[in-house]
Design a protein. Structure first.
Length: 135
Protein backbone atom coordinates (compact mmCIF):
# COMPACT_ATOMS: atom_id res chain seq x y z
CA UNK A 1 0.00 0.00 0.00
CA UNK A 2 2.85 2.37 0.76
CA UNK A 3 3.97 2.01 -2.87
CA UNK A 4 0.88 3.90 -4.11
CA UNK A 5 2.37 7.37 -3.65
CA UNK A 6 2.43 10.72 -5.40
CA UNK A 7 6.04 10.01 -6.46
CA UNK A 8 4.74 6.85 -8.12
CA UNK A 9 1.99 8.85 -9.80
CA UNK A 10 4.58 11.31 -11.11
CA UNK A 11 6.68 8.44 -12.43
CA UNK A 12 3.63 6.94 -14.15
CA UNK A 13 2.80 10.28 -15.80
CA UNK A 14 6.38 10.70 -17.03
CA UNK A 15 6.38 7.18 -18.47
CA UNK A 16 3.06 7.73 -20.24
CA UNK A 17 4.10 11.11 -21.62
CA UNK A 18 7.17 9.44 -23.17
CA UNK A 19 5.01 6.94 -25.07
CA UNK A 20 4.96 7.66 -28.80
CA UNK A 21 1.19 7.48 -29.21
CA UNK A 22 -1.54 7.73 -26.64
CA UNK A 23 -5.20 6.95 -27.17
CA UNK A 24 -7.61 9.83 -26.45
CA UNK A 25 -8.62 8.41 -23.06
CA UNK A 26 -4.96 7.95 -22.08
CA UNK A 27 -4.19 11.56 -23.07
CA UNK A 28 -7.14 12.71 -20.96
CA UNK A 29 -5.91 10.70 -17.96
CA UNK A 30 -2.38 12.06 -18.30
CA UNK A 31 -3.74 15.63 -18.43
CA UNK A 32 -5.95 15.02 -15.39
CA UNK A 33 -3.90 12.41 -13.56
CA UNK A 34 -3.82 14.21 -10.22
CA UNK A 35 -7.59 14.27 -9.89
CA UNK A 36 -7.89 10.76 -11.30
CA UNK A 37 -5.25 9.28 -9.00
CA UNK A 38 -6.59 11.13 -5.98
CA UNK A 39 -9.89 9.37 -6.62
CA UNK A 40 -8.24 6.01 -7.38
CA UNK A 41 -5.65 5.74 -4.58
CA UNK A 42 -8.15 4.62 -1.88
CA UNK A 43 -9.56 2.00 -4.23
CA UNK A 44 -6.10 0.80 -5.27
CA UNK A 45 -4.98 0.52 -1.66
CA UNK A 46 -8.12 -1.40 -0.75
CA UNK A 47 -7.75 -3.78 -3.71
CA UNK A 48 -4.06 -4.40 -2.99
CA UNK A 49 -4.64 -5.04 0.71
CA UNK A 50 -7.67 -7.21 -0.02
CA UNK A 51 -5.72 -9.39 -2.46
CA UNK A 52 -2.64 -9.65 -0.25
CA UNK A 53 -4.58 -10.67 2.88
CA UNK A 54 -6.66 -13.22 0.96
CA UNK A 55 -3.49 -14.68 -0.54
CA UNK A 56 -1.77 -14.91 2.86
CA UNK A 57 -4.82 -16.61 4.38
CA UNK A 58 -4.57 -19.37 1.74
CA UNK A 59 -1.22 -20.48 3.16
CA UNK A 60 -1.42 -23.74 5.16
CA UNK A 61 0.23 -21.91 8.07
CA UNK A 62 -0.73 -18.23 7.91
CA UNK A 63 0.63 -17.79 11.44
CA UNK A 64 4.15 -17.86 10.01
CA UNK A 65 3.51 -14.33 8.68
CA UNK A 66 2.44 -13.04 12.09
CA UNK A 67 5.62 -11.10 12.87
CA UNK A 68 4.86 -8.56 10.14
CA UNK A 69 1.32 -9.27 8.90
CA UNK A 70 -0.53 -9.12 12.22
CA UNK A 71 0.20 -5.45 12.91
CA UNK A 72 -0.45 -4.56 9.28
CA UNK A 73 -3.79 -6.39 9.31
CA UNK A 74 -4.85 -4.62 12.50
CA UNK A 75 -3.91 -1.20 11.08
CA UNK A 76 -5.76 -1.94 7.85
CA UNK A 77 -8.93 -2.84 9.75
CA UNK A 78 -8.62 0.36 11.77
CA UNK A 79 -8.23 2.37 8.55
CA UNK A 80 -10.89 0.28 6.72
CA UNK A 81 -8.46 -0.82 4.00
CA UNK A 82 -9.04 -4.45 3.03
CA UNK A 83 -10.70 -4.94 6.40
CA UNK A 84 -12.69 -8.13 5.82
CA UNK A 85 -9.79 -10.25 4.54
CA UNK A 86 -7.52 -8.72 7.20
CA UNK A 87 -9.96 -9.92 9.87
CA UNK A 88 -10.13 -13.32 8.17
CA UNK A 89 -6.33 -13.53 8.20
CA UNK A 90 -6.21 -12.71 11.91
CA UNK A 91 -8.77 -15.45 12.49
CA UNK A 92 -6.80 -17.90 10.36
CA UNK A 93 -3.66 -17.16 12.39
CA UNK A 94 -5.56 -18.12 15.53
CA UNK A 95 -2.68 -17.28 17.87
CA UNK A 96 -3.26 -15.57 21.22
CA UNK A 97 -1.76 -12.40 19.74
CA UNK A 98 -4.12 -12.53 16.74
CA UNK A 99 -7.07 -13.08 19.08
CA UNK A 100 -5.92 -10.09 21.14
CA UNK A 101 -5.86 -7.99 17.94
CA UNK A 102 -9.39 -9.16 17.12
CA UNK A 103 -10.48 -8.27 20.68
CA UNK A 104 -9.09 -4.75 20.24
CA UNK A 105 -10.82 -4.42 16.87
CA UNK A 106 -14.16 -5.68 18.19
CA UNK A 107 -14.72 -2.74 20.54
CA UNK A 108 -17.26 -0.03 19.70
CA UNK A 109 -18.13 2.78 20.53
CA UNK A 110 -14.83 4.58 20.78
CA UNK A 111 -12.96 1.57 19.46
CA UNK A 112 -10.47 1.53 16.64
CA UNK A 113 -12.69 -0.05 13.96
CA UNK A 114 -15.89 0.98 12.25
CA UNK A 115 -19.13 -0.63 13.43
CA UNK A 116 -19.12 -3.09 10.52
CA UNK A 117 -15.49 -4.06 11.10
CA UNK A 118 -16.02 -4.37 14.85
CA UNK A 119 -18.95 -6.70 14.22
CA UNK A 120 -16.86 -8.75 11.76
CA UNK A 121 -14.09 -9.05 14.38
CA UNK A 122 -16.69 -10.11 16.99
CA UNK A 123 -18.06 -12.72 14.59
CA UNK A 124 -14.59 -14.10 13.92
CA UNK A 125 -13.89 -14.29 17.66
CA UNK A 126 -17.22 -16.08 18.14
CA UNK A 127 -16.33 -18.59 15.41
CA UNK A 128 -12.90 -19.16 16.95
CA UNK A 129 -14.47 -19.70 20.37
CA UNK A 130 -17.08 -22.15 19.12
CA UNK A 131 -14.89 -24.59 17.30
CA UNK A 132 -11.60 -24.04 19.10
CA UNK A 133 -9.69 -23.81 15.83
CA UNK A 134 -8.74 -21.08 13.42
CA UNK A 135 -10.87 -20.26 10.39
Amino acid sequence: MSQVTWAGVDELVRAWRDRPQLYPLQRHVVRHVEAAMLAMIPSLRDDIADSAFRWLALDPDPGRFADWAMGLAERCVTEDIGADPAIELLGAMGSPEARAALERLSVKPGGPASWANAEAAQSTLFDLGNDGTSL
